[in-house]
Write a protein that binds this ligand. Structure first.
Ligand SMILES: *Cc1c(COP(=O)(O)O)cnc(C)c1O
Length: 456
């Protein structure tokens, strides 16, 4: 069969309120041309994030009812622990309320003044936790990962040569941890190969540096390995995941991504001493080690989600639906980061709107245009999110001006994706009529969440 179907039926639905263009013009003006300030009910297709926005299965909902809420020693914890032990091979499993809580604990212990934490690309909360603890985050992404229009199979790989050089320059004693993000979220959801993981592990081992995995999208990464890396065609995604984790000394995970949960996460490791230190911190901020900031019901939902996420029919539909969106854009020569990633498509707003200069925020202008055209909400990843001002108050822009369309898991169907493609194509046809925007209000930190704009 040629058609890849959603491998699920729908048992419970959430209505979408379909706004008119006139309504959206008013709503966007009231939101000061910042889609973050829109009310979710006024959005038709919400692609702001894939974090915690997926649909749970009937088995997960059954787990919500079955969850045991005992303060200590809940059976839901032991199920959670055993699923994660089997997947990762790591004996020490520490639940936390979401990914950044695992990072906070890990980097409070490992990071510090004069220390470097190396990654392919640190996710923004990971970098924030490394730097809040006094250390410096260092991204050593491979060269292919830096070229948006280049098609290559593993654009999330770490640059192993640069890693060796960095260790030689700074000294292994100043590098308490190397952490690889799979897939590389900030780099377009691009996967990391098993070969690269092995090579990084070898360098870490030779230098006695612990090697961790930021495992938020481990299943999507492992499906790409199965599709693209020699020797993995006939392995199951679960077997590939088990091999991937076998090279790591530990991992952090947000269960809001590849565990189909609305909240949760964990920290897991081999080192008993690190586990004890971690649990000491856990008790201060998250809770007792058998619930760690979660309800027993959440632990059940996560355990079931981790079993479901490695199912290949699901991953086939997941990865294919984003690739399918990419093909629709290819047909119209609409520029985006290639190839499509595991969880999102990133439109290249700089190439889409070449007439809008960086200081008129092409990504923001494009995300407004997508909302006005079809009620689609994406997120600007460019000069609004990462722009800084120099001493003369002039904007210093990042390399890329992007709009990320993150696809929630099991939430939208093919007709939603068809509609989305139509909206993007329509906006592309009218692109010359789109104007830039100017900032009228901004906060000092993380300004993209609350900034206000006007249309030029
Ligand atoms: C989402 C995410 C995190 C942080 O997880 P939260 O649950 O949002 O705290 C860390 N790393 C990556 C790669 C992520 O995508």
């Amino acid at each position: 069969m040629k058609t890849i179907i959603e491998p699920f039926r729908i048992k419970s639905v959430e209505p979408i309120y379909v706004t008119t263009r006139e309504e959206r013009e008013k709503l966007l003006a009231e939101a000061h041309y910042n889609p973050f300030l829109l009310k979710a009910k006024d959005v038709i297709i919400d692609l702001l994030t894939d974090s915690g926005t997926g649909a749970m299965s009937s088995d997960q909902w059954a787990g919500i009812m079955k969850g045991d809420e005992s303060y200590a020693g809940s059976p839901s914890f032991y199920r959670f622990e055993s699923v994660i032990r089997e997947l990762t091979g790591m004996p020490f499993v520490i639940p936390v309320h979401q990914g950044r809580a695992a990072e906070k604990i890990l980097f409070t212990i490992k990071s510090g003044k004069g220390k470097y934490i190396i990654s392919n690309t640190l996710f923004d909360t990971t970098r924030a936790n490394v730097e809040f603890a006094g250390g410096e985050g260092v991204d050593l992404l491979c060269d292919e990962g830096r070229q948006p229009s280049l098609v290559a199979p593993f654009k999330g790989n770490m640059n192993v040569k640069a890693l060796k050089q960095f260790i030689a320059d700074k000294g292994a004693e100043n590098i308490p941890l190397v952490i690889i993000t799979v897939t590389n979220n900030s780099g377009g959801g691009q996967p990391v190969s098993m070969e690269n993981i092995r090579a990084v592990k070898e360098v870490c081992k030779a230098n006695k540096i612990p090697f961790f995995i930021d495992a938020c999208r481990f299943a999507e990464n492992c499906y790409f390995i199965k599709q693209r890396e020699k020797g993995y065609e006939n392995k199951t995604v679960k077997e590939i995941a088990q091999e991937l984790f076998s090279y790591a000394d530990g991992c952090t995970m947000s269960a809001k991504k590849d565990a189909f949960a609305n909240i949760g996460g964990f920290l897991a490791m081999h080192d008993p001493e690190l586990a004890e230190q971690s649990r000491n911190l856990l008790i201060i901020t998250e809770g007792f080690p058998t619930y760690g900031g979660l309800a027993g019901r959440d632990l059940e939902a996560i355990a079931t989600g981790l079993e479901e996420i490695v199912q290949e029919e699901y991953l086939k539909y997941r990865i294919r639906s984003i690739e399918y969106l990419g093909e629709k854009l290819d047909a119209e020569n609409i520029p985006y980061i290639k190839p499509t990633g595991g969880h999102a498509l990133y439109i290249d707003a700089k190439a889409f709107l070449p007439h809008i200069p960086a200081d008129q925020y092409p990504g923001q202008a494009l995300s407004c245009a997508l909302y006005l055209e079809g009620g689609v909400r994406g997120v600007e990843i460019g000069s609004v999110m990462f722009g800084k001002y120099d001493d003369d108050g002039k904007l210093v822009s990042p390399d890329n001006e992007l709009v990320r369309l993150a696809i929630p898991r099991r939430t939208y169907t093919q007709s939603h994706i068809d509609y989305l493609a139509e909206v993007i194509v329509e906006v592309f046809k009218k692109r010359r009529e789109i104007h830039g925007v100017a900032i009228t209000y901004e906060s000092q930190y993380l300004r993209h969440f609350t900034a206000q704009f006007k249309m030029l």
